[in-house]
Design a protein around this ligand. Structure first.
Ligand code: ADP
Ligand code: MG
Length: 681
C-alpha cells in the first residue's frame, strides 16, 4: 500500500518539501484549525507547487462545491515568466484566495451583477490533491466559495461553520461533566450506492444521458424476487472496475474499504473507513467522480441517480455520523457508568435534536431524484424517525418509568454515576427501514440520495445536535444541588418529551404512516414542501444563532434548491416528450402499419383463423397510438404548468408507452429494455 495517499499533499509530503519548522507550523495550523500564518504562506505555496510539478502537474485549480451540488474547478497553468524565461510558479496569494468569478453558479439572489465576483478561499483542513487525466495532471486545492460580502455560495462553508458550533457545544457539555478540555471530532463514513450498466445501452437511452433516470421502461419479469444479487458473486467486469476505482481512491488518500453487490440487479456499494466529516464529504465527491470515469473507461456507465429504474430499488448514501472527544467515541455505550451517563446524555440530545428538527433534516435530502426514492421499495420513508433497537429503547423507557421498566427492573435504575447499570454493548439489531438508525456506536442517516453531496445533511446534524448540547449544558450549569439528580431528571424529561421519534418497527409499512401521523411526526412527501421549512422564522433563527447560515444564505438555499427541483422536472418532461414523439410513437406507428397489412393479407387470402388475432393486435396498437398521441399533447401543455402536472402527465404517458413496449416486436423497440440494462453486463 505504498501508494496510499501518494497524490495528496499530506503530512508526509509537507515534511518532505518544507523546512521542518514550517511543516510543523502548517501541521499545527491544520490540527488547530487556526488561520494560516501569512509569514509561511509563500513557503507553503512553493512547496506545494514543487511537489505537484514533481508529480507531473502543469496546472492548479481551486476546487470547490457550489450550490448546484457538483464540484467546480477553473484551471490555471503554473506557467509564468521571469526575465523572459518560462517558470513554474504558485504564489501565496494564488494558493490562499482565488477569484474565479464563476458568476453562472446558482446563488439564490446572494449575488447581484454589480457584486458578481465570487471568491474561493483555501481550506487547509482538506489536503490538496492531484487529479490525473491522460497525460496531464492538475493540482486541486480544496476551497470555500463565497461572495464579495462574505456570504457562503457553497456547501463547504456552512459545514465548517456547523463543525465549529458542535465543537464548542461539545466542549461546553463535557465541561459540565467535569472533563478536561480535549479535541472534538465529528466523523462521517459515507456508504455510496450506485448502478453499473453497459455503456452501449446507456448511450441509446436519451433519458439516462440527460436526466440520469429512465422515464420509460416496462418492468422485467425477473427483478429482485430471487434475492440472488445482494452480496452475491461480483461479476468480473464489475470487479475490474471496483479494483481500479479503489486504487485511484487510495492514491487520493481516500480509504475505500468495502465493496459488494447491493439488493437490486446491477446495483453495488462502496464504503470507506470513516474520516473527519469535512474530509469525508470532499472525498465522497471524488468517489462519485472516479466511479463515473473508471466505469466509462471500462465501457460501462455508473448511474448515481436516486432512482434510475422505476420499480427497482433506488440508490442512497448512508451517512454514518458520530462525534468523539479526546479520541473517544461519545456514541459508544461505555464500559463504565461514568461513560454511560455521557452516552445517555448524548443520546438524549440527539433524540431531542432529531425530534425537534425532523423537518430540517428532511429538507436537506429534498431533491427531485430523492422524491422517487424515499418511501419507495427498500428506501426509508419521508418521515424522519430514529431506530434505537429494543434494548436501548427499554433502557430509555425505564428511565422514563414507562413500559420497558419491568423488563429492566427500572425501579433500581438511577442515572447516578455509580448506580447506572452497564448498557448493552453492540446490541442493536439491524433495521434497514429506518431513516436515522443507531448502529452500535454511530447514527446512520439513510435518507440522503446517492447523487447528493453529504455536506448539507451533515451540516444540519451538527447544527441541531449542537443546539441540543447547548440546551442541556445550560440546564445543567444552572442546576443547584446534586449533579446526578439534576442529570437524571433532565434526561427523564428529554426522553419523555422526545421518545415519540423512536420507532423500531417496519418503516416501509403503511401502518407506520398512520402511526407517525398519530404521533404528530411530519411527513413531507414532496421536495418543494420539504424545502419550504427553510423559510420558517424559527429555523432562520436557529441557523443564524449559530452563524451556520444567515437569513439571506438560508433563503438562497431555498431558492436554489427549489429552482433546481423545478428545472429537473421540466427537463424530464421535455425529454419524455421528445422520446415519445421521435422514438416511441414512430415505432408504434410502424408496428401498427405492419399489423394492419398482415390483417389485410389474412382477409384477402380468406385465412379467417388469423384475422381475429391480427385484428385485435392492430386494434391494441391503434389504441396505444391514440393513447400516446393524446398523452403527448397533454404533456406538452403540462410543460408550461407546475411540476406536479408535468409529473402527472409523464406518468400517464409512461403507462401507455410501457404497455406498448410489451406489444411491439422486440427488435423494433427503439430503447434498450430494463431486462437488458439490468441483467446484461
Ligand atoms: P454497516 O452495517 O452499515 O455496513 P459498517 O460497520 O460497515 O456498517 O460501517 C458503515 C460505515 O460506518 C463505514 O463507512 C464505517 O467506516 C462507518 N463508521 C464506523 N464507525 C464510525 C464512526 N464512529 N463514525 C462515523 N462513521 C463510522
Ligand atoms: Mg449502512
Amino acid at each position: 500500500m505504498s501508494f496510499f495517499g501518494e497524490d495528496v499533499f499530506g503530512a508526509d509530503a509537507m515534511r518532505a518539501y518544507l523546512p521542518q519548522n514550517v511543516a510543523d507550523a502548517l501541521l499545527a495550523t491544520i490540527e488547530d484549525r487556526a488561520p494560516l500564518d501569512p509569514g509561511i504562506a509563500g513557503d507553503v505555496a512553493s512547496a506545494m507547487r514543487n511537489w505537484a510539478v514533481d508529480r507531473g502537474a502543469t496546472h492548479y485549480t481551486h476546487w470547490f462545491l457550489p450550490l448546484n451540488g457538483a464540484t467546480a474547478e477553473k484551471h490555471d497553468a503554473f506557467l509564468d515568466f521571469e526575465n523572459g524565461h518560462p517558470i513554474m510558479a504558485l504564489s501565496a496569494k494564488n494558493l490562499i484566495v482565488g477569484e474565479p468569478d464563476a458568476s453562472s453558479f446558482p446563488s439564490g439572489g446572494l449575488r447581484s451583477t454589480f457584486e458578481a465576483r465570487g471568491y474561493t478561499a483555501w481550506d487547509p483542513t482538506s489536503p490538496a490533491f492531484i487529479k490525473r487525466h491522460g497525460k496531464g495532471a492538475t493540482l486541486c486545492i480544496p476551497t470555500a466559495f463565497c461572495s464579495f460580502s462574505g456570504e457562503s455560495l457553497d456547501k463547504k462553508t456552512p459545514l465548517l461553520r456547523s463543525r465549529q458550533a458542535i465543537v464548542a457545544a461539545t466542549k461546553r457539555l463535557m465541561k459540565v461533566f467535569g472533563l478536561p478540555e480535549e479535541r472534538v471530532s465529528v466523523t462521517l463514513g459515507i456508504e455510496q450506492e450506485y448502478f453499473l450498466i453497459d455503456r452501449n445501452f446507456y448511450l441509446q437511452r436519451p433519458d439516462l444521458v440527460q436526466t440520469g433516470r429512465t422515464v420509460f421502461g416496462a418492468p422485467p419479469a425477473k427483478q429482485q424476487q430471487l434475492e440472488d444479487h445482494y452480496f452475491g458473486l461480483i461479476k468480473m467486469r464489475v470487479l475490474d472496475i471496483m479494483s481500479e476505482v479503489e486504487q485511484e481512491l487510495w492514491r487520493l488518500g481516500i480509504p475505500a474499504k468495502t465493496r459488494h453487490n447491493e439488493v437490486a440487479p446491477a446495483q453495488f456499494e462502496l464504503a470507506p473507513i470513516f474520516e473527519d466529516a469535512n474530509l469525508a464529504c470532499d472525498h465522497n465527491m471524488l468517489v462519485m467522480e472516479v466511479l463515473r470515469q473508471v466505469a466509462k473507461r471500462h465501457g460501462m456507465a455508473c448511474l448515481l441517480h436516486e432512482k434510475p429504474f422505476a420499480g427497482v430499488n433506488g440508490s442512497g448514501k448512508h451517512n454514518n455520523w458520530s462525534i468523539s472527544y479526546g479520541g473517544k467515541n461519545l456514541l459508544n455505550p461505555g464500559g463504565d457508568p461514568g461513560q454511560n451517563a455521557i452516552f445517555l446524555t448524548v443520546l438524549a440530545a440527539i433524540l431531542t435534536a432529531v425530534d425537534r428538527h425532523a423537518d430540517l433534516l428532511r429538507a436537506t435530502v429534498a431533491t427531485a431524484g430523492n422524491d422517487h426514492r424515499l418511501g419507495a421499495s427498500e428506501a426509508p420513508p419521508a418521515i424522519i424517525s430514529v431506530f434505537l433497537g429494543d434494548q436501548l429503547t427499554a433502557v430509555i423507557d425505564s428511565i422514563c418509568g414507562g413500559n420497558g421498566a419491568k423488563a429492566h427492573k427500572a425501579s433500581a435504575l438511577r442515572i447516578g454515576v455509580d448506580t447506572l447499570p452497564p448498557l448493552p454493548r453492540d446490541a442493536t439489531d439491524r433495521n434497514r427501514t429506518s431513516p436515522f438508525a443507531f448502529t452500535s456506536n454511530k447514527f446512520e442517516f439513510r435518507a440522503p440520495g446517492a447523487s447528493q453531496s453529504c455536506a448539507d445533511p451533515c451540516t444540519m446534524i451538527n447544527l441541531i445536535v449542537a443546539d441540543a448540547f447547548d440546551e442541556i449544558a445550560t440546564r445543567l450549569e444552572a442546576a443547584t444541588g446534586d449533579f446526578n439528580t439534576a442529570l437524571q431528571s433532565l434526561l427523564r424529561e428529554l426522553f419523555t418529551a422526545h421518545r415519540r421519534i423512536i420507532f423500531n418497527g417496519d418503516g416501509y409499512g403503511d401502518e407506520w404512516i398512520h402511526e407517525a401521523e398519530r404521533r404528530g411526526l411530519p411527513n413531507r412527501r414532496d421536495a418543494l414542501d420539504a424545502l419550504s421549512v427553510f423559510r420558517s422564522p424559527e429555523n432562520i433563527a436557529l441557523c443564524s444563532r449559530y452563524g451556520v447560515y444567515n437569513e439571506r444564505e438560508l433563503a438562497s438555499r431555498f431558492e436554489v434548491f427549489s429552482e433546481e427541483y423545478v428545472s429537473r422536472i421540466r427537463i424530464e418532461g421535455a425529454v419524455a416528450l421528445d422520446i415519445a414523439s421521435t422514438m416511441i410513437i414512430p415505432a408504434v406507428q410502424n408496428e401498427f402499419a405492419s399489423a394492419a397489412s398482415a390483417l389485410r393479407d389474412a382477409e384477402a387470402l380468406g385465412i379467417d383463423a388469423a384475422s381475429a388475432p391480427l385484428r385485435s393486435r392492430a386494434e391494441a396498437l391503434g389504441d396505444g397510438l391514440s393513447g400516446l398521441l393524446s398523452a403527448t399533447v397533454a404533456l406538452e401543455s403540462a410543460l408550461q404548468e407546475s411540476p406536479h402536472s408535468i409529473q402527472g402527465s409523464m406518468a400517464a404517458l409512461r403507462k401507455v408507452a410501457d404497455d406498448m413496449e410489451q406489444l411491439v416486436t422486440d427488435a423494433h423497440w427503439p430503447l434498450p429494455k430494463y431486462r437488458e440494462m439490468l441483467f446484461i453486463y
